[in-house]
Write a protein that binds this ligand. Structure first.
Ligand SMILES: [Zn+2]
Length: 88
């Protein structure tokens, strides 16, 4: 039987997310984690930060007014989705 005990918290939601069932940024339809490990979770979030950063800045470069308004708030991918985990 798989142990569903939470052994890490999602970098996007932080430790506060656990109480609300927000323990993975990439959940299944029924809210279960899809990341198999803390390092997989961190890697998935890192890729998502870069994807989102590129999306915002590409749209801003195209003149999208919403993207232009928010792009200065996110000068680096590390400013998105809670940033990378602190070194342990
Ligand atoms: Zn995850």
């Amino acid at each position: 039987m798989a142990d569903q005990t939470v052994s890490w918290f999602c970098g996007a939601y932080g430790s506060e997310g656990i109480a609300f069932g927000a323990d993975c940024f990439f959940p299944t339809r029924d809210g279960k984690r899809t990341c198999g490990s803390m390092s997989a979770c961190a890697g998935n979030l890192e890729a998502e930060r870069i994807r989102l950063f590129n999306y915002i800045h590409t749209r801003a470069a195209e003149g999208d007014p919403v993207a232009l308004a928010i792009a200065p708030e996110f000068p680096s991918p590390d400013d998105l989705l809670g940033g990378p985990p602190a070194p342990m």
